[in-house]
Design a protein around this ligand. Structure first.
Ligand SMILES: [Zn+2]
Length: 247
């Protein structure tokens, strides 16, 4: 309970302080599909669906979870990581241990980042982790400036479209999670992205017919991909989106 409260306080502080403001170009509606941790189904069926729709995704990975079973899924394999990387998906960074940034001091966070970087360099020397996602979506006002020096962006799970002046070190992301959203909810985010000329980031975990409380069905994911197609919104990695907005 105390740690949930601590997380909320940290998120509120991090949302309002130490921003890395960046004004979006006038009209750049686009979408990024992101997967955290990541389950083997996100690298399998999830990546397949993205590729069928001409898109690429961003996978925020924690070295300690690779190729390991957990409560809800099996972590993707080294081979899957290499394949994702080779076909143009983005391999991005969580903390190595998946500990929340709110519980890590500066030195511990520096070790987490370095350990994760060297872990993925060891799998493929050309993998560089340019972007970060806060484990559990919990940001830290103390770690935020440290992460800003190490990464081009940091993503939370505060829902909504990134539009107008955005905070590169606390990017908004909306759930691609069956327990939290339905097709109409997905459509509303896409409509908002078109209306505001903004950047929609979706986050999820597993992609399977019986998903965990944190994942989605292929059906919902296909709906989101088609929603992008209908609105002519490019489906790009976070790294590519940052390039397009001149960040
Ligand atoms: Zn995670």
């Amino acid at each position: 309970m105390w740690s949930a409260l601590q997380g909320r306080v940290n998120n509120r502080l991090a949302r309002h302080f130490r921003a890395a403001p960046h004004r979006l170009p006038v009209h750049v509606p686009m979408v990024s599909f992101t997967f955290d941790d990541a389950p083997d189904s996100a690298a399998g069926e999830g990546a397949e669906l993205l590729e069928q729709h001409g898109g690429r995704g961003t996978y925020y990975l924690a070295g300690s979870l690779i190729d390991r079973p957990s409560d809800h899924w099996h972590g993707l394999s080294n081979d899957a990581i290499v394949r994702l990387h080779r076909v143009g998906h983005e391999i991005a960074c969580h903390t190595f241990s998946h500990q929340s940034s709110a519980t890590l001091g500066e030195a511990a966070m520096a070790r987490e980042i370095e350990r994760n970087r060297s872990h993925f360099r060891g799998i493929d020397a050309s993998i560089t982790l340019e972007n970060f996602a806060y484990p559990y979506g919990i940001a830290s006002v103390w770690r935020k400036p440290q992460l800003a020096k190490a990464f081009r962006s940091a993503r939370g799970i505060l829902p909504g479209v990134n539009s107008g002046v955005i905070d590169l070190q606390f990017l908004r992301a909306s759930p691609l999670v069956d327990c939290e959203i339905d097709k109409a909810g997905i459509d509303r985010y896409f409509d908002e992205a078109v209306a505001s000329g903004g950047w929609l980031i979706l986050y999820g975990h597993d992609v399977t017919t019986r998903p965990s409380p944190y994942g989605c069905t292929p059906h919902l994911m296909r709906h989101a991909l088609e929603a992008a197609g209908k609105r002519n919104m490019p489906i790009v990695t976070v790294a590519e989106a940052l390039r397009r907005i001149g960040a």
